[in-house]
Design a protein around this ligand. Structure first.
Ligand code: MN
Ligand code: MN
Length: 467
């Protein structure tokens, strides 16, 4: 028999904020459901390592689920599903609701670009009989983490004749991979005196790509010539073609379970595909919502959302305006009534480095999807800071749907900070709050998330779309 609660225990039960592990909050069956859901996510992550690959894979999945290219001249009926492909890098999916957009749309916005190493426009060079690519890193990464790990090359090359060549090398069994070398500890005495942030410098992120000369020819740049000859053979490209190319280096290892209990997933690109995937899966599972449900999969978030595939551009605004026009409404009126979850990751409390977090306001592993009122830095600069009224509404939606959720701030005050797409959507006069998966080792080549948190994000997005 359980002992009766003391008065204090009863009081705490009634008044204290409950912080609960998913496994305590949910049944064993629901834990299994989360594990099952993540299998699909892991396979998506393995095959989609760049924004272009995500775009392609999501369109293929959307088409299987009945989505067709958006035609702004067409008037859509309830339950019809459309998608808008923005330059092969960003994407909007929508399911037309019973009320259309007459009372606004329900938008979930995530991003499908991740931190990585981009090739420079003239990347190829030879030094001491070794051929290299020069890179310029994309997004906020800790450079020392990217050395001495296997890398694969992805992207496109637009040749002089206009032909687009798709590149993916280093993923399949038997394909060569690439790497950035680092000093041996024996000779790293001076390098080790550098600060951690300066430990490996931007111009030291050079990719090892070849070491044999062209046909026993001892003339200069023979190794570079040999690499170019191989590239010409494989892709029909010349050195000038790199200028009109977008080639990205990403970690070449696959996603896997982490831990004896397999409760976590390790892999590259969780930020922010770990919110994108639950978002579009939730949309696929929404049949005929009250309000038109819109899933945005943006590019360029990791470099500040600028550019016409980023959310600081007009592509979402134009899409909503087109939906509005088809119903005889003004885009600005529809936006003003719309609501958005900015689905992006947050920092997960790391017990090895507790000092950067305020324990009362950190997001914890396995405590479900995290609602983040504001991001930004230095006194809430660079954030939209969600309104209490809107958080109140989202809170009711999550509680009514029994979603396991928590709240969290991105680190201690003045410890650092970050941003998401939230403020760009909010600037369109949309109510927005951040919500997503807590991540360990965020922006590292190998990030870690909890399966329960991924599934909770799916449940949160679905409940929001259906609200
Ligand atoms: Mn992100
Ligand atoms: Mn990020």
């Amino acid at each position: 028999m359980k002992e009766e609660k003391t008065e204090l225990e009863a009081l705490k039960d009634e008044l204290f904020l409950k912080r609960e592990h998913y496994s305590f909050a949910k049944s064993e069956d629901e834990v299994r459901k989360a594990d099952e859901f993540c299998k699909g996510y892991m396979s998506f992550l393995n095959s989609s390592k760049t924004e272009r690959e995500c775009n392609k894979a999501i369109i293929a999945m959307a088409e299987k689920n009945g989505f067709v290219p958006f035609d702004r001249a067409k008037k859509y009926q309830v339950g019809e599903k459309v998608y808008l492909n923005n330059r092969g890098k960003a994407l909007i999916l929508a399911v037309i609701g019973k009320k259309g957009v007459s009372e606004g749309a329900k938008i979930v916005a995530s991003h499908i670009d991740s931190p990585r190493l981009d090739l420079k426009p003239t990347p190829l060079y030879e030094d001491s009989e070794i051929a290299y690519f020069k890179t310029h890193y994309y997004g906020g990464l800790r450079k020392y983490q990217w050395t001495a790990i296997p890398l694969s090359l992805h992207g496109v090359i637009i040749r002089a004749d206009g032909e687009e060549i798709t590149v993916s090398l280093g993923e399949k069994e038997g394909e060569p991979k690439f790497v950035i070398t680092d000093l041996l500890p024996h000779l790293a005495k001076e390098q080790s005196k550098r600060t951690l942030s300066d430990g490996v410098r931007g111009e030291e992120l050079n990719i090892l790509i070849g070491s044999r000369p062209f046909k026993k020819d001892k003339s200069s740049e023979s190794v570079k010539a040999n690499v170019l000859s191989l590239l010409h053979e494989k892709y029909g490209v010349t050195e000038e073609d790199f200028i009109s190319a977008e080639l990205e280096l990403v970690p070449a290892f696959p996603v896997c379970d982490i831990g004896f209990d397999r409760s976590m997933i390790g892999g590259y690109g969780h930020d922010d595909r770990v919110c994108a995937y639950p978002g579009f899966e939730a949309l696929f599972d929404v049949a005929a919502p009250e309000h038109t449900a819109v899933m945005v999969l943006a590019d360029k978030e990791e470099i500040g959302s600028d550019g016409n595939t980023g959310l600081n551009s007009a592509f979402l605004r134009y899409f909503i305006a087109d939906l509005a026009a088809a119903e005889g409404l003004e885009g600005r009126h529809v936006l003003s009534m719309s609501e958005c979850l900015s689905a992006d990751v947050n920092a997960c409390f790391d017990p090895t480095f507790p000092s950067v977090h305020d324990r009362n306001n950190a997001a914890y592993l396995n405590h479900g999807v995290v609602v983040t009122k504001y991001t930004g830095a230095r006194g809430k600069s660079g954030t939209s800071d969600a309104h209490a009224e809107f958080i109140g509404k989202v809170r009711r939606i999550l509680n009514n749907a029994h979603v396991c959720w928590q709240t969290g701030e991105m680190g201690k005050v003045d410890e650092g900070g970050g941003g998401t797409v939230a403020m760009y959507v909010a600037n369109l006069n949309v109510d927005v709050v951040d919500l997503g998966v807590p991540v360990l080792s965020m922006h590292a080549p190998f990030e870690v998330v909890s399966k329960a948190d991924v599934y909770s994000t799916y449940e949160a997005c679905k409940a929001f779309f259906e609200s």
